[in-house]
Structure formats: structure tokens, C-alpha cells
Write a protein that binds this ligand. Structure first.
Ligand code: AMP
Length: 200
């Protein structure tokens, strides 16, 4: 335990093939943790939500504004592009697979392109706490409105939990209590990664 608590980013060595996937419900802090991790590990980070917003395709923006998940073919397309572009560099993926089909697809694809998933980190948070955080936050996002959040949580329960179960079955899952202050969550994220990639 002592060793886990003292894990630091400097003690984690990512291999150029490594991908770390960060998942969690709305308000769990995926974006914050992913960016901080990428900065400290000196690696790239990609969020499928951000990539979709950058594309600004009106058809997909409409789906996103409702809180629903976009079709998996779109996620497969943007992830395949990002992976091609970032070949040979480790990568943090934020929110990148939220349906079981997407998880199966990623697990099938990675070995064929010389990549591997190092860990899937899930930031666990109860719905009430997640909603409360979003209500207190100051993001200007249409899908943060309460009625869209109903849909986002439904999607999380109906689809994303199933995709997380897939990663659990193949031994990649690292669950972290997301209902702690940001620094403590981050220390737990580092400890989980250190366990898998420390000192190699
Ligand atoms: P985020 O910025 O991570 O909250 O994502 C915003 C929205 O983008 C989500 O509510 C979905 O509509 C869409 N999205 C992002 N990632 C995925 C994914 N892996 N699968 C399906 N839809 C996604």
C-alpha cells in the first residue's frame, strides 16, 4: 500500500505501443485526469468527445446535444484515424469506447496494428455525485443540461457498463473511486498504472 501511495509519474514507463483508456460516467473527471496524466507522462491524449466536437458535423452534433451516443462506426472511424496519426507513440484515450461493440472492435484492432491496451481505468461515481459536480461546474455545454444528463446516464448504464465488463473479463480493468478530491483520484490513477507499467 505504501508503495502504491508513493507512485509518481516518473516511475511509470510507457512503451510506444501502450494505450491507456480512461472511462467513467458524466462528471467523473475523465477529461481532467486524462490531460494531467498525458502532461506528466509526456504523452498524447485524445478524447472522442473533443474529436467529435472539432469535426462539428451537424448530424453528430445533434445526437451529442441530446446526450445520446453517436453510432459506433463514427467512433471507429475517428479512433482509427487518431491511431494512424499517432503511430509509434503511447496514447491516453479519454472516453473512447462506450458501447460493447466499440470495446470488442478496439480489442480486435490493436494487436493487428502493433498496439496494446495497458489498462482501462474506470473512475467510479454515483449518479447523484456526478450530477452535482456538473451542476456546480461552469462548462458551457448543451449536454450538461439536466434533461440531457438523464440520457447520458441512461447510455452509461445501458451500454458503457457492458463495455467495461468486457475489459474486466480480459483482465484490463482498474477501478478507482472517482468520488474523492482530484489529487487523490490522480494518485490512485498513478498507482494503478505503476502496478502495470512501473520499473520496466
Ligand atoms: P464527452 O465529451 O466525453 O462527454 O462526450 C460527449 C458526447 O460525444 C457523448 O455524449 C456522445 O454523444 C459522444 N461520444 C463520445 N465518445 C463516444 C463513444 N466512445 N461512443 C459513442 N459516443 C461517444
Amino acid at each position: 500500500m505504501q508503495e502504491q501511495e508513493s507512485a509518481s509519474a516518473a516511475a511509470i514507463t510507457l512503451d510506444p505501443r501502450d494505450i491507456v483508456l480512461i472511462l467513467g460516467p458524466p462528471g467523473s473527471g475523465k477529461g481532467t485526469q486524462s490531460k494531467r496524466l498525458a502532461l506528466d507522462l509526456g504523452t498524447e491524449v485524445r478524447s472522442t468527445g473533443d474529436l467529435l466536437r472539432q469535426e462539428a458535423d451537424p448530424r453528430l452534433m445533434e445526437i451529442m446535444a441530446s446526450g445520446a451516443l453517436v453510432p459506433e462506426e463514427e467512433i471507429q472511424r475517428i479512433l482509427a484515424e487518431a491511431l494512424k496519426h499517432l503511430e509509434g507513440r503511447p496514447l491516453i484515450l479519454d472516453g473512447a469506447t462506450r458501447k460493447p461493440q466499440e470495446a470488442e472492435w478496439l480489442l480486435g484492432l490493436l494487436p493487428t496494428i502493433g498496439r496494446r491496451l495497458l489498462a482501462v481505468i474506470v473512475l467510479k461515481l454515483e449518479e447523484e455525485a456526478g450530477r452535482d459536480r456538473i451542476a456546480r461546474g461552469n462548462r458551457d455545454r448543451q449536454d450538461d443540461h439536466p434533461e440531457c444528463q438523464d440520457e447520458r446516464w441512461r447510455e452509461f448504464r445501458d451500454h458503457t457498463l457492458q463495455s467495461i465488463a468486457i475489459y474486466d473479463r480480459v483482465g484490463l480493468l482498474e477501478e478507482i473511486n472517482g468520488n474523492q478530491d482530484t489529487d487523490k483520484v490522480y494518485r490512485d490513477v498513478l498507482a494503478a498504472l505503476h502496478k502495470r507499467a512501473g520499473g520496466r
